[in-house]
Design a binder for this molecule. Structure first.
Ligand SMILES: Cc1ncc(C[n+]2csc(CCOP(=O)(O)OP(=O)(O)O)c2C)c(N)n1
Length: 559
């Protein structure tokens, strides 16, 4: 076997796995970048910060269902680790490469060096070092295997040398990859027949069942199977935030997002159910409003690919271990549709009434012509005008609350990706999503506090022609914090207290224009739809700066 460099092998393997973009701040694996240029068409997206690079890789991974790659040299490693937190919480297959310690010089106060490896431990499924160049092939293959298998998640490989200079070394080795592990899911384990039969029997018997679908359904591309089973058994479907795009909002069985950042009627439906079937969701705090919806003691079924997730948060009547799509398809194949449909009528009427009450209660704000603009109206405009094949990317905090509860996913071709809790995630994640899916429109929704975090990446988007559209709910504040500071100040804040959550007014459209993007300022609701249309048609990145009402607070969850 001929001797080749680590750089050559790594570049060829990444291309072999179908990687189209890597996101990084130099200097790391420099020779690998040179080999990428020679041997592959991989784009090397050079960002303004490692955290943004990790978020871009995360958005890429979630949009494509394939690993997203980010990189940092040793001094930027913890910035990158910080950026893996959201991927970890959302089960997103991000692979992080960093430069790291050399056995020849460690413990000698080498410039910029600390032991970074432990910091990756809490946010990765696998955290390993590549100390000898002949290990490149097997370590990279294992990184892909772990990232996409079971419940997907981040992986970290630290390459020897503060800039990963080990990639210059040579060995007799071969660039080999496994196509199966290039995307999620690599396998579709089938459930055992007995658990399927038991789950079906309970679902068919129940008077008021509900399905709660999570990110595992989207990871398994099981949305069609989910909707088919729900229709067959006439069971309403609520989703977690990660599962929001698994059923279109207009579907008669869709009740919306349940939990903390939720739709009031979805919480009421799940709370009124007599049987909850969790599919591809951990039934974690956010999805259950900290285990208040449904209440402890509810009869529950759980379907998940990860056996250790089954029963973790609610004691189960039946645990079903398997791939979501295969499991839902098997259930549909064995279901008795006629018996179930007939007995559901009163429950479905009650579910519809709860949905109608929600729609009536929020109609005025969703359609509000108020100036400054109400965020609810932005959600309504996006529901109407975001293209059918758009990837909608949403930040956390109020952005997650407004959009989680009030944005309507149009149809099965629309995707919805959300920050799993980190403010500032959405803007760079939207850029990563656009890199993964350049032919699909990407529409990101963020608050102004969220955009400030990584605003420099507007320049990155312009430089690389990443033509995502970013909508900024600009109230010159992080006003989700308002309620908390009201409480902290015993009911009424002092004027000084507002220093803790407000910013100077800013025109982000102008800033975007200065950086070379299209900037559009929206001050009246009627201007929004034409601005979105212009932004989507622009052949450059676009920022729509919407001047919104600082007094608008998102509705709190009901339980
Ligand atoms: C990394 C991180 N730090 C802090 C927070 C807490 N946090 C949640 S929402 C929020 C303010 C959000 O402001 P903005 O994005 O402008 O939206 P608005 O609330 O004004 O609608 C903060 C500070 C967080 N979620 N993530």
């Amino acid at each position: 076997m001929p001797k080749v460099t680590g750089a050559q092998v790594l570049a060829e393997m990444l291309a072999g796995y179908g990687v189209t973009h890597v996101f990084m701040v130099p200097a790391v694996l420099r020779r690998t970048f040179a080999e990428m240029e020679r041997r592959t068409t991989i784009q090397r997206i050079h960002t303004h910060g490692e955290k943004a690079a990790a978020y871009m890789a995360d958005g890429y991974a979630r949009a494509a269902g394939r690993p997203g790659i980010c990189m940092a040299q040793v001094v930027g490693a913890l910035n990158l680790a910080a950026g893996l937190r959201d991927a970890w919480l959302a089960h997103s297959p991000v692979i992080a490469f960093t430069g790291g310690r050399d056995p020849k010089s460690k413990f000698r106060a080498v410039y910029q060096e600390v032991d970074d490896v432990p910091s990756f431990e809490p946010v990765t499924k696998w955290n390993a070092t590549v100390d000898a160049v002949e290990r490149f092939p097997d370590m990279v293959r294992q990184a892909f295997r772990v990232a996409v298998s079971g419940a997907p998640g981040p992986v970290h490989l630290q390459f020897r040398g503060n800039e990963g200079q080990i990639d210059l070394d040579e060995a007799e080795m071969e660039a080999r990859w496994e196509a199966q592990f290039a995307c999620v899911p690599p396998f579709r384990p089938a459930p055992d027949g007995e658990s399927v039969a038991k789950a079906l029997a309970l679902l068919q018997l129940a008077e008021r069942p509900v399905i709660v679908a999570g990110g595992g359904v989207r990871a398994s591309q099981a949305a069609t199977a989910l909707v088919a089973l729900a229709e067959m058994l006439q069971i309403p479907v609520a989703t977690s935030l990660n599962g929001k795009d698994t059923i279109p909002a207009a579907h008669p069985l869709s009740v919306g997002v349940v939990g903390t950042y939720s739709r009031e009627s979805a919480n009421r439906v799940v709370a009124a159910a007599d049987l909850v079937c969790f599919v591809g969701t951990e039934a974690g705090g956010m999805t259950t409003h900290f285990w208040a919806v449904p209440k402890a003691g509810i009869a529950a079924i759980q379907i998940d690919i990860a056996p250790e997730a089954l029963g973790r948060n609610y004691p189960l009547k039946v645990a079903v271990q398997g791939d979501a799509r295969v499991t839902l398809e098997r259930m549909a194949a064995q279901a008795d549709a006629t018996a179930a449909a007939a007995k559901r009528k009163p429950w479905l009427a009650a579910v519809k009434a709860m949905g109608d009450e929600y729609a009536a209660k929020y109609r005025d704000v969703l359609e509000s012509d108020a100036v400054p603009i109400r965020p609810e109206r932005i959600c309504r405009e996006l529901s109407r005008h975001a293209p059918e094949d758009a990837i909608v990317v949403v930040d956390t905090g109020h952005a997650g609350m407004w959009m989680g509860g009030m944005f309507d996913v149009k149809g099965p071709r629309q995707a919805y990706l959300r920050s799993a809790g980190h403010l500032g995630w959405a803007f760079p994640a939207g850029l990563g999503a656009k890199c993964a899916m350049p032919d699909r429109p990407v529409v990101t929704f963020t608050g102004d506090a969220g955009l400030w975090y990584h605003i420099a990446e507007i320049e990155t988007a312009v430089r690389w022609g990443i033509n995502a559209v970013t909508v900024v709910n600009n109230n010159a504040s992080g006003n989700q914090s308002k309620r908390g500071f009201d409480r902290a100040y015993g009911g009424t804040q002092t004027d000084k207290a507002r220093e803790l959550w407000t910013f100077n007014p800013m025109n982000f459209a102008r800033l975007a224009e200065d950086m070379g993007a299209l900037g559009l300022r929206v001050e009246k609701p009627a201007q929004f739809a034409p601005a979105l249309e212009r932004a989507l048609a622009a052949k450059r990145p676009a920022v729509i700066d919407v001047a919104t009402d600082i007094e608008a607070l998102a509705p709190l969850a009901v339980s």
